[in-house]
Design a protein around this ligand. Structure first.
Ligand SMILES: Nc1ncnc2c1ncn2[C@@H]1O[C@H](COP(=O)(O)OP(=O)(O)OP(=O)(O)O)[C@@H](O)[C@H]1O
Ligand SMILES: [Mg+2]
Length: 259
């Protein structure tokens, strides 16, 4: 039996919003009591219409958000309420790749500095090995060492997406959450980035949670699919089964709309 990389129980995130100091509080149940587990080396797709809670789940898993209730276990360790300090050893293990936008990479840093940063923060290798490690990362994501002196504005969207991927694997992450990692790219480039993610998964034995609007992408990338609707997971199962024989009416509609 493969080890369980990630186990989520009863996980909820409620946002409380007020339009102004006098208006009534409004509770948005962005994620509502979800449960799932992902085995080591597995790839779980997360689909659902816009606003169904997918990014909120991603942010909860990497602890960019505090859950309202529930637990998150990473390789058996309950990380739900770990402080920033106690989370440090586990932060390397789970990383997130968002879709590339200019806000994702500091425009004032060179590619070299952007790749050195996670290596230095997490002390992945010793100081004198950092240059070699940067070169190794560039090679792994299919970029040449000549890009090191450049700034993100001098690279294409696809190349910058490769930098985001390199930063995620720099920490020797075992679990990677990919939130729409190719949606901002040209269709011709999307395939290249997906192939890169597939190759890295094999080479590094990665576990993925893969969020995408594109069912063809999910079909290609994922062993299982979880379908979100209004914050809940309404259906979860093997990719082929969910796509060919969806049980829930919403999934049927979603597949019809997206395929
Ligand atoms: N920080 C926040 N404060 C208040 N409400 C939020 C916040 N973040 C998300 N929400 C709300 O939570 C719900 C889920 O949002 P989320 O971004 O997780 O959806 P999503 O499935 O990722 O959508 P998309 O496919 O458009 O990316 C939405 O109703 C959204 O407006
Ligand atoms: Mg989203």
């Amino acid at each position: 039996m493969p080890e369980i990389a990630l186990k989520v129980e009863n996980l909820s995130k409620h946002f409380i919003i007020r339009n102004n100091a006098f208006s009534k509080k409004k509770i948005i149940k962005a994620v509502e009591k979800i449960n799932f587990e992902v085995a080591t080396g597995e790839s779980l797709g997360l689909i659902g219409e816009s606003g169904s809670g997918k990014t909120t789940v991603a942010n909860l898993l990497v602890k960019l958000l505090e859950p309202s209730e529930g637990t998150i276990r990473l390789f058996g360790k309950d990380i739900t309420h770990l402080s920033e300090e106690s989370m440090r050893p586990y932060r390397c293990d789970i990383q997130i790749i968002f879709q590339y936008s200019q806000a994702m990479l500091d425009p004032k840093m060179t590619i070299n500095e952007l790749l050195r940063e996670p290596l230095e923060i997490h002390q992945v290798v010793s100081q004198h090995q950092i240059d070699d490690e940067v070169n190794r990362l560039l090679k792994m994501v299919g970029l040449s060492e000549t890009e090191k002196a450049k700034f993100p504005s001098q690279l294409s969207g696809g190349q910058n997406q490769r930098i985001l991927i390199a930063r995620a694997i720099a920490t020797r992450a075992k679990v990677i959450i990919c939130d729409e990692p190719v949606s901002s790219l040209d269709v011709s480039i999307q395939g290249q980035i997906l192939n890169l993610l597939m190759r890295l998964k094999q080479e590094l034995d990665l576990t993925y949670i893969f969020i995408s609007h594109d069912l063809n992408v999910v079909k290609h990338m994922c062993h299982r699919i979880a379908v979100m609707y209004q914050g809940e997971i309404i259906e979860i199962g093997p990719t082929e089964k969910v796509l060919s024989n969806p049980q829930h009416q919403y999934t049927q509609k979603l597949i019809h709309a997206l395929l």
